[in-house]
Design a protein around this ligand. Structure first.
Ligand SMILES: NC(=O)c1ccc[n+]([C@@H]2O[C@H](COP(=O)([O-])OP(=O)(O)OC[C@H]3O[C@@H](n4cnc5c(N)ncnc54)[C@H](OP(=O)(O)O)[C@@H]3O)[C@@H](O)[C@H]2O)c1
Length: 340
């Protein structure tokens, strides 16, 4: 045990919540004091059982009032759908909140939520921080950090790459794979307006470089299978969609500066065009003088990365001045309990 132990609540036990429970149980600087579930089958179960580890002697509850009444330093808030009013209640009860649902950075699209959260946090004397792998890390803190290693920036590119041949989904058809490219173009799986929270990440990059975004464009591209591609859940017929590329570009001072690309492929060998996007799962490229590139890959899932991005920030968020805090407010985060 250490003298500096953070009492933490895990809110929701999906992929991120389970990863979070496993870490909170192992980290000597963290004490898991409550777990909120919505699924009635999980209520009353030992939270270790829910997370796939040995029993930890704590039962999951669906009693939100009991969680609000708990004495805790921080809530890692990871349900499927946002609930800003609940986040504000937790903050007013004196608990810091870290959430992979955001908001991540104050922009016009989330101004109202940020203002509500900021007011509730100040009332509770605590802080709120939006965290995660993307948004929250790969297209936020990584590009801004990499910018320290160059002398001029012409363009920042952030790629999120999902290979559905290596990691098959049961929803390949629903995702648009195997469709006629013309039909999918008329009804793309991601609307050009669906940039969502990523616009906050782009704003953080721009403002981190002392600039403001003054325009946003979207582009969608498809690649087709050059032959039938067999995957774990079926076949993508030759000539149908085997790759989807959703791309948003933000301009600054009237010229394109930041591009975020989401690339979904079914392998790389039998699709045309081959976007040559590499094997990593995230890539950050800073074009300039000098240019540089960073690839993020490893044996964790994106949900694990998302859990860790939030949990490692607990000491920093608990120590921050009350209010809505971004990476800029937290500075260099110093994780605790990882070396053990
Ligand atoms: N920032 C990032 O990088 C990032 C990355 C991945 C995901 N996310 C976001 O993080 C959130 C959680 O992701 P996940 O992968 O853990 O999701 P998930 O596996 O689908 O689990 C979400 C959990 O939310 C609870 N839930 C289900 N339906 C709900 C509803 N209608 N209202 C409230 N809660 C509900 C359930 O908890 P119980 O089973 O405990 O009842 C469920 O297990 C999502 O909103 C996702 O968009 C962010």
């Amino acid at each position: 045990m250490t003298s500096e132990v953070y009492r933490v609540v895990q809110w929701a036990t999906g992929g991120i919540g389970k990863a979070s429970i496993r870490h909170l149980v192992e980290n000597p600087f963290m004490e898991l004091v409550g777990v909120l579930v919505t699924n009635p089958e999980k209520v009353g179960k030992d939270v270790g059982q829910i997370a796939g580890i040995a029993d930890v002697g704590l039962s999951a509850t669906d009693d939100k009032d009991a969680i609000v009444a708990l004495e805790a330093d921080c809530v890692h808030f990871a349900p499927l759908v946002p609930d800003i009013d609940m986040v504000c209640r937790l903050l007013r009860s004196g608990k810091n909140v870290i959430s992979p649902l955001g908001p991540f950075y104050p922009t016009e699209d989330c101004r109202e939520d940020v203002e509500k959260i900021d007011a509730a946090a100040r009332e509770g004397g605590v802080s709120f921080h939006g965290s995660g792998i993307h948004p929250g890390y790969s297209g936020d803190i990584l590009p801004v950090t990499l910018a320290r290693l160059t002398g001029r920036i012409d363009h920042v590119r952030v790629y999120e790459i999902a290979d559905f041949l290596a990691h098959p989904s049961p929803w390949m058809e629903r995702l648009g794979f195997g469709q006629d490219p013309g039909e999918l173009a008329a009804n793309p799986r991601r609307s050009p307006d669906a940039i969502g929270h990523f616009v906050q990440s782009m704003a953080m990059i721009a403002e981190g470089l002392g600039k403001k975004i003054d325009g946003l464009t979207a582009e969608t591209k498809f690649a087709v299978a050059t032959k039938d591609i067999k995957h774990a859940n079926g076949v993508i017929p030759a000539g149908t969609v085997a790759g989807q590329r959703y791309e948003w570009t933000a301009s600054v001072d009237g010229r394109p500066l930041i591009t975020f690309s989401q690339i979904w492929t079914v392998g790389h060998d039998d699709i045309e065009p081959d976007w040559d996007c590499g094997n990593g799962r995230y890539r950050v490229i800073v074009e300039g003088e000098p240019s540089l590139e960073l690839t993020l890959d490893g044996n964790a899932t994106g949900r694990n990365w998302t859990a860790f991005a939030g949990l490692t920030a607990i000491p920093a968020v608990c120590a921050a001045e009350p209010g809505f805090v971004t990476h800029f407010d937290l500075g260099v985060v110093r994780p605790r309990g990882l070396v053990r």
